[in-house]
Design a protein around this ligand. Structure first.
Ligand code: COA
Length: 294
């Protein structure tokens, strides 16, 4: 289980560049390098799996951002995905398929979601390609979101027989309103960068190769502001957006866990692994308690 990987095995799942280097219009670091004071770049590094968020990766991500958060020389954190195809294509479905409600409740990796969202330093997601499921939730959990014009967002969990479990139902509803969030969560429909811009959950959309550079420049502008005021501003804006988010997250977490062990969850994830369409149970057979208790 990825939750049990040793620290060494997990190390390169997340790369940290601090201070980060300024990028040119092609997205490559400038030569000679120009260091961006106060800016850290954190890269999700499983490009062959489209940066799918395994528990080991989540743990490493939580450790990385917490270490940066504790470092007074870090004033803003940019989170991006390795490669050009994905920010992150969701939680690792293969790993998730083996979970139960109990194993999720006990998983330190799963708790990584809350640890990442809790850092006091402002975070900026730089999103190219797919940001699906947990990838979209991670991007939405960041304080700002710079999207490439090739970015694709979506909450496809319903197609796997589950629901978003890392804040997606709560943050999306707050960001774009209930009716629009409901459609995306209930259908799994994907949203282009242009639509995400119209819906209002991204800070700006950039040509793909300029996305990371723009996110780093935005981070540098924030890191140049007075540190205490920045932290206060972040806390204040988050409070306006989030309270009582925690209550909603608890409800969502209970419901998410309750779905593990249901036939549709097993079928949805088995079908993904076997690369076929899932066969859902007939309506009348479903009995998830309304309070989410398993
Ligand atoms: N978990 C685990 N592995 C994943 C993954 C995920 N969420 N998303 C992609 N991968 C893996 C694929 O299994 C594949 O691995 P392989 O090369 O060893 O077979 C690799 O990443 C490339 O993905 P692939 O599906 O071949 O690319 P594609 O271009 O045909 O499709 C997606 C891209 C994003 C549309 C597709 O990968 C997908 O639907 N992923 C799952 C998205 C999802 O449901 N996320 C929510 C999870 S809760």
């Amino acid at each position: 289980m990825a939750d049990q990987l040793t620290r060494d095995e997990a190390q390169d799942l997340v790369l940290v560049e601090h201070p980060a280097r300024r990028r040119g219009p092609d997205g490559a670091p400038l030569e000679p390098p120009e260091w961006l004071a106060g800016v850290a770049l954190v890269t999700l590094n499983r490009p062959r799996a489209l940066n799918a968020l395994s528990f080991a990766l989540l743990l490493r991500l939580a450790e990385a951002v917490e270490a940066l958060d504790a470092d007074p020389s870090c004033g803003a954190i940019v989170i991006t995905g390795a490669g050009t195809r994905a920010f992150a294509a969701g939680a690792d479905v293969v790993e998730l398929a083996a979970q139960t409600a109990e194993s999720l409740a006990a998983s330190p990796g799963f708790r990584g979601w809350d640890r990442v969202a809790a850092v006091a330093t402002p975070t900026i997601a730089a999103v190219r390609g797919y940001a699906l499921g947990g990838g979209a939730e991670l991007a939405l959990a960041c304080d700002m979101l710079v999207a490439a014009d090739d970015a694709t967002f979506g909450q496809p969990e319903i197609n796997l027989g589950i629901i978003p479990g890392a804040g997606g139902t709560q943050r999306l509803a707050r960001a774009i309103g209930k009716a629009r969030a409901m459609e995306l969560v209930l259908t799994g429909r994907r949203v282009s960068a242009a639509e995400a811009d119209r819906l209002g959950f991204v800070t700006r959309v950039m040509p793909a190769s300029e996305t990371l550079g723009a996110a780093l420049d935005l981070a540098a502008a924030v890191a140049a502001q007075p540190a205490e005021a920045v932290r206060a501003a972040v806390a204040a804006v988050r409070a306006a957006f989030e309270s009582p988010l925690a209550d909603g997250i608890r409800v969502e977490r209970d419901l998410f866990r309750a779905l593990f062990g249901t036939p549709d969850q097993a079928e949805g994830m088995r079908a993904f692994v076997e690369r076929r369409e899932p066969h859902w149970r007939a309506r009348g057979a479903i009995a998830i308690p309304p309070d989410g208790a398993s």
